[in-house]
Design a binder for this molecule. Structure first.
Ligand code: UGA
Length: 447
C-alpha cells in the first residue's frame, strides 16, 4: 500500500488496523520504530506519510470514505476445529468483510489481497450481499469482489513491488478489474498485468508458493545425496541451472525453508486436494513439507554427530534467527527447530541476529524468562558481540545468510575457539578457500 501511495500521488491510501499499538508505531516520528523491518520501506513511508499515505485507527470513517478496499489480513493455519493443522483460518478475512459490509457507503470494490483458499471470494461476496441496506436509493451500498494476490517476498518487498514479475487480477466485474489495473499501470507495463477468472487468481497464489517451496525441498534433498556421494551441491546447481528450462534461481540449499507462507499454503493446498478426494495429489505436495521438517532435523543431528554424539555443555554460537536475511521475521524459521533440538541435547547456545531481538527469540522458543537459567538440559543467551562470544566456543552454526556474517573476522574468531572447533555453514555463505585456511573443522551443506 505504501508503494501504491508512492507511485500514485493522486490516490489517498489509508491503512487501518484494529490493533491500535500497530497504528501508533506506523505513525511514530522515529522511523526506526516501524513494526516491520524491510529494506527501503522506511524511505517510502517517510516520503508519503501525511501526504497521501495515512495510518488510522478510525475503521468506520476510513471504510465509509473508501472506493476500493484491500483486505490484507493474515490467514494462519487453523489450530482447532474442522481442518485443524491444514486449512487456513479465515476468521480475520471474515471479520474484515463484516466491517466492510457494515460501514461501506455507495459502490465499493473489495480486493482480496490476503492469501486465501480457492473460492474464498464466495464467502466475502456472501457476507457483503447480506449487508444491511438503507431504503434510500442514494445511500444504497453495493460491492464488487475481485482477487489480486501478492507475490512479494520478504527482504526484497519494495523492490518486488516496484518491479514485479507480474501482477495478477482475477474477477468477473470488468469495470472493477479495469480500475485496479489502471492503478498498477502507473508503473507496471501492461503485459505484466495478467487478468484471469477469480478462482484461477486465488489458486495461482497457492501454486506459486508450492512450486517455490518444492524447489527448495528438492535441492535440500539433493544436498544430502551430494554429501553421501562426494558430489558438490554448488557444482550440481550450476550444472542444472544452466538449463534454461530449470534456471538458476531458488536453488540455494539451506537449513530448510521457513517464513509465514510456504508451510501454511502447502498445508492449505493439501487440505484442498483431500477435500476434492485427490489423495495422491495431496500426498505428493505434503512430501515437500515432510522433507523440510526432516531436513531441519538432519542439520541438528549432524552437528551432534560431529561431536561424537553429544553437545552437552558445548558452547555453540548460532548466527541468524530470522527465516532469511534482510527481515526481522522469525515465523517458521528453521532456526527454531534446530536451536530447540540443540538445547534439548544440552548445548549452551549463544544466539545472534542483526535484526531479531532477544525477546522475539524467547517467544519463538516458547520459554519464559525464568526458564532460561533453569533448563535441566541446555540453555541459551543472546550474543550481540560475536567476537566476544567466540572465546572458548566449540562451534558456530550459520543459519541465516546475513551479509554481516561474511564480513566477520573469521581468522580471529576461529583462533578464539576451543579446539577441536567447528563451523557449520548451512547457507554456504563462506568461501571454501577461506575456510580451508582457518585452523578449524568445517561443514557446508551439500559439500
Ligand atoms: C514467499 C514467496 O517467495 C513470495 O513470492 C510470496 O509472495 C510470499 O512467500 C508470500 O506468500 O507472502 P517469502 O516467504 O517472504 O516469500 O521468502 P522466500 O524468499 O520465498 O523464502 C522462503 C524460505 O525459503 C526462506 O526460509 C528462504 O531462506 C528459503 N529459501 C529460498 C532457500 O532455502 N533456498 C532458496 O533458494 C530460496
Amino acid at each position: 500500500m505504501a508503494v501504491i501511495a508512492d507511485r500514485c500521488p493522486e490516490i489517498k491510501v489509508t491503512l487501518v488496523d484494529k490493533d491500535a499499538t500497530k497504528i501508533d508505531l506506523w505513525n511514530s516520528s522515529d522511523l526506526s520504530k516501524l513494526p516491520i523491518y524491510e529494506p527501503g520501506l522506511k524511505e517510502v513511508v517517510e516520503r508519503n506519510r501525511g501526504i497521501n499515505l495515512y495510518f488510522s485507527k478510525d475503521l468506520k470513517k476510513s471504510i465509509e470514505d473508501a472506493d476500493m478496499i484491500f483486505i490484507s489480513v493474515n490467514t494462519p493455519t487453523k489450530i482447532s476445529g474442522l481442518g485443524a493443522g491444514y486449512a487456513s483460518d479465515l476468521k480475520w478475512v471474515e471479520s474484515s468483510a463484516r466491517l466492510v459490509a457494515k460501514y461501506a457507503k455507495g459502490h465499493t470494490i473489495v480486493v482480496e489481497k490476503s492469501t486465501v483458499p480457492v473460492r474464498t471470494a464466495e464467502l466475502i461476496q456472501e457476507i457483503l450481499s447480506n449487508a444491511d441496506n438503507k431504503k434510500n436509493i442514494f445511500e444504497e451500498k453495493n460491492f464488487s469482489v475481485i482477487s489480486s494476490p501478492e507475490f512479494l517476498a520478504e527482504g526484497t518487498a519494495i523492490k518486488d513491488l516496484e518491479n514485479p514479475d507480474r501482477v495478477l487480477i482475477g474477477g468477473d466485474d470488468q469495470l472493477a478489474v479495469k480500475l485496479l489495473k489502471e492503478i498498477y499501470l502507473r508503473w507496471i507495463p501492461t503485459d505484466k498485468i495478467l487478468l484471469t477468472n477469480i478462482w484461477s487468481s486465488e489458486l495461482s497464489k497457492l501454486i506459486a508458493n508450492a512450486f517455490l517451496a518444492q524447489r527448495v525441498s528438492s535441492i535440500n534433498s539433493i544436498s544430502s545425496l551430494c554429501e553421501s556421494t562426494g558430489a558438490d551441491i554448488k557444482e550440481v546447481v550450476l550444472a542444472i541451472g544452466y538449463d534454461k528450462r530449470i534456471g538458476r534461481k531458488f536453488l540455494s540449499p539451506g537449513p530448510g525453508f521457513g517464513g509465514s507462507c510456504f508451510k501454511k499454503d502447502i498445508l492449505n493446498l493439501v487440505y484442498l486436494c483431500r477435500f476434492y478426494k485427490l489423495e495422491d495429489v495431496a500426498d505428493y505436495w505434503e512430501q515437500v513439507l515432510i522433507l523440510n521438517e526432516k531436513h531441519k532435523e538432519r542439520i541438528s543431528s549432524l552437528i551432534i554427530d560431529k561431536f561424537f554424539g553429544t553437545v552437552s555443555n558445548k558452547k555453540i554460537i548460532i548466527l541468524g534467527f530470522a527465516f532469511k536475511s534482510n527481515t526481522n521475521d522469525t515465523r517458521e524459521s528453521p532456526a527454531i527447530k534446530i536451536t530447540k533440538n540443540l538445547i534439548e541435547n544440552g548445548a549452551q547456545l549463544l544466539i545472534n541476529d542483526p535484526k531479531v531481538s532477544r525477546k522475539q527469540i524467547l517467544e519463538e522458543l516458547e520459554m519464559e524468562e525464568f526458564e532460561i537459567d533453569n533448563l535441566s538440559s541446555g540453555s541459551w543467551q543472546f550474543a550481540s558481540d560475536i567476537e566476544m562470544a567466540s572465546k572458548e566456543a566449540d562451534a558456530i552454526v550459520i543459519l541465516t545468510e546475513w551479509d554481516e556474517y561474511k564480513k566477520i573476522n573469521w581468522e580471529s574468531v576461529s583462533e578464539n575457539m576451543r579446539k577441536p572447533s567447528w563451523i557449520f555453514d548451512t547457507r554456504n555463505i563462506l568461501k571454501e578457500e577461506r575456510l580451508k585456511k582457518l585452523n578449524i573443522n568445517y561443514w557446508q551443506v551439500g559439500s
